[in-house]
Design a protein around this ligand. Structure first.
Ligand SMILES: [Fe+2]
Length: 559
């Protein structure tokens, strides 16, 4: 039974393919259409499907549209109709437009797949899709599940539990209690885009959370097991006041200097978010007294909060999938429909992020030659790349299947030497064109991680770069380029079984330097992460990267 999962309701458009309960392929549309997040979130476009990602999934599995038995869309218009109030919009007609476009979803799927679907098209509640995307890959037999995002149909946070293959929703916190929207609003207030939560998170380490604590508390009120968002204070669309300006002072213009008060606002937001999420975790633990917790939703990309949840010890095992944001709902929706139709459990415990396209040697060489470049061949690419990194070069590392989720995890990565204090500003300014305060993540071989970082118990989600931790004090001077302002790092554990090629590279770097760590940032400039060899070559040339390795083929800046 072939099930195609689709997310396109808001942003992070994505497709996933589940065959007989097994996850076969998944990818975000942005990697193909080269538009960040696939598309902008708009009431007028939930019917704009991730057509390239769908094509990839079908091609990868050797299927045609008529082979798809069911389509699962990760949003339920019926639930939305019942629970959402049109007056929450500045103009109630927006809701009508949204629902009309959602009414086109089945027809669009039929056109793309070239087959009638009738009862084979399914709408899966958004937070159920998020929950499934975390629970089934987690491998847990039973777990508590917490989903926190901007909004689903109407829910902004959902508490759930799962036993065996059955997920049960327990409680929702509905609009306006959206932590995701507060982050979007404050990102914009600080002069970034609504999608720049990770910049705000990075900036927070430079600020004092006390300065704006009271203001943030009026936007996000937190009790022992409860939180509430005040839409007026938080400046939501429908707010009649000037919202955030009243609360936090004048906004920062995008190119204006970043002042200490901006960092203070970010720090207070991070503190308020930590408090709200911890309140939900305590509430969930009381309702579901199990050992294991799954986190999903865009807010689960906040690796500072995630680490707090993990360290709090409320749940001894915490799992977050590689794509906890909306892209992951494509996968979750497909798994939910598999269970509904088959009554047999979908595959569990497969959490690999490497679900995207891969390219063979012939395709790589064709791309190099059509770019007019001369390919070189390496007999030991891991060793050669490690040598270059140790010599101060910035190396693009392209291998195997592309990652599903927003982080490059060693298959579409830019790598550099963490020992050089200036490497952070070189990368930020020369290659990535981003603000200097933003930290870079370290990739470390799992077997040596505890010698360098205060990791605590290793979680699978450490392999997805979803927790921060402290760098060991005595090691900080050795790897200054990956130590953030507060002594933390957003750690990426690399296990040989999960990614042998990348593990080999870091091991070679360790053998050469005594440091089992490399800087790992996504292989892009400001566009979406590269997908194809042609994308890789363009970004390599455009960004002034020193070398590009694609399997055993490599190019250097002098090529
Ligand atoms: Fe979501």
């Amino acid at each position: 039974m072939n099930i195609l999962g689709i997310n396109s309701v808001y942003h992070e458009s994505a497709a996933a393919l589940v065959v007989d309960g097994a996850l076969v392929a998944a990818s975000e549309e942005e990697r193909f259409n080269r538009i960040k997040h696939g598309k902008q979130s708009d009431v007028d476009n939930p019917h704009q499907f991730p057509e390239h990602a769908i094509r990839f999934c079908l091609d990868y599995a050797g299927l045609r549209g008529c082979d798809i038995d069911h389509v699962a869309y990760s949003f339920d218009p019926q639930l939305r109709r019942m629970q959402f109030r049109a007056e929450w919009w500045p103009d109630p007609r927006w809701e009508e437009v949204f629902l009309l476009r959602l009414g086109e979803v089945r027809g669009v799927a039929e056109r793309i797949l070239r087959r009638p679907l009738r009862q084979r098209s399914h709408f899966v509640p958004h937070h159920l899709a998020h929950a499934a995307s975390a629970y089934f890959p987690s491998g847990f037999d039973r777990a508590a599940i917490l989903t926190i995002d901007g909004i689903g149909e109407v829910a902004c946070s959902t508490l759930a539990t799962a036993v065996g293959t059955r997920i049960q929703m327990l409680e929702t916190f509905n609009y306006p209690h959206s932590l995701g929207f507060v982050w979007e609003g404050i990102s914009v207030h600080l002069g970034f885009s609504p999608y720049d939560a990770s910049k705000v998170m990075g900036l927070a380490a430079y600020g004092n959370p006390e300065v704006f604590r009271r203001q943030l508390q009026s936007a996000i009120r937190v009790d022992e097991e409860d939180y509430a968002v005040d839409p007026e204070a938080a400046g939501f669309l429908t707010a009649k006041s000037r919202g955030l300006e009243t609360l936090l002072g004048p906004p920062r213009f995008p190119d204006a200097q970043i002042l200490p008060r901006h960092a203070d606002i970010a720090a207070a937001l991070q503190a308020a978010t930590n408090a709200a999420v911890m309140a939900l975790v305590r509430r969930l633990k009381r309702k579901v007294p199990l050992d294991s917790l799954c986190l999903a939703g865009g807010v689960a990309l906040n690796c500072v909060t995630n680490e707090l949840v993990r360290k709090s010890g409320g749940f001894s095992n915490v799992f977050i999938p590689s794509a906890p944001h909306d892209a992951g709902t494509a996968l979750g929706a497909a798994l939910v429909v598999h269970f509904a139709k088959r009554k047999s459990p979908p595959q569990r415990g497969n959490s690999t992020p490497f679900l995207g396209p891969a390219f063979n040697r012939r395709e790589i060489l064709a791309a190099v030659r059509s770019a007019g470049l001369t390919p070189r061949r390496s007999k030991a690419p891991a060793r050669d790349a490690a040598e270059m990194i140790a010599a101060g070069k910035i190396v693009a590392w392209f291998q195997g299947r592309m990652e599903f989720g927003p982080r490059a995890l060693g298959n579409r990565s830019l790598l550099a030497d963490p020992r050089r204090p200036d490497m952070r500003s070189i990368l930020n300014r020369r290659i990535k064109h981003r603000e200097d305060f933003r930290p870079f993540a370290p990739s470390v071989v799992a077997e040596r991680a505890d010698e360098w970082f205060e990791v605590g118990g290793h979680s699978t989600s450490h392999e997805f770069m979803l927790f921060t931790c402290q760098v060991k004090t005595e090691r900080r001077d050795r790897i200054p380029a990956v130590v953030h302002q507060d002594g933390s790092a957003r750690l990426h554990l690399v296990r040989r079984e999960s990614n042998p090629g990348f593990h080999d590279l870091i091991s070679c770097f360790f053998a050469r330097t005594g440091v089992p760590v490399v800087i790992n940032t996504s292989f892009n400039d400001s566009e979406p992460i590269v997908c194809t060899p042609a994308d890789a070559i363009v970004t390599f040339r455009k960004a002034g990267i020193d070398a590009l390795f694609m399997d055993d083929v490599y190019l250097t800046a002098e090529t």
